[in-house]
Design a protein around this ligand. Structure first.
Ligand code: ZN
Length: 101
């Protein structure tokens, strides 16, 4: 592994605790520094960030589940549905499940 890959690999050890902290403390996001890498003279910090608010998601290639009207059921949430106009979304930030009207 390169040094960069070794730093990135520590994400595996950090991901579960970040997610747990979001759920238990109702954070909108959570992040941790995995370490610093030196590429030539350029120092970079590698950060693992978990985002629980859809509006804060960076663009990705994953399907937008709301677009397809799929319900994401969270087992440990007694949803508090809010009408978003056309669909309903659970207001709990740890859940944000979506369902069609
Ligand atoms: Zn919910």
């Amino acid at each position: 592994m390169t040094g960069s890959q070794e730093v990135a690999a520590t994400a595996v050890d950090n991901i579960d605790s970040l997610v747990t902290e979001i759920l238990e403390h109702d954070y909108a996001d959570n992040e941790v520094s995995l370490g610093r890498i030196l590429c030539g003279k350029q120092e970079m910090q590698v950060v693992l960030k978990v985002v629980a608010v859809r509006e804060s998601f960076i663009f990705d290639e994953f399907e937008d589940l709301t677009e397809f009207g799929q319900v994401i059921e969270k087992q440990d949430c007694d949803h508090d549905w809010e009408n978003m106009g056309g669909y309903s979304q659970c207001t709990y930030s740890h859940c944000q499940a979506v369902k069609n009207e």
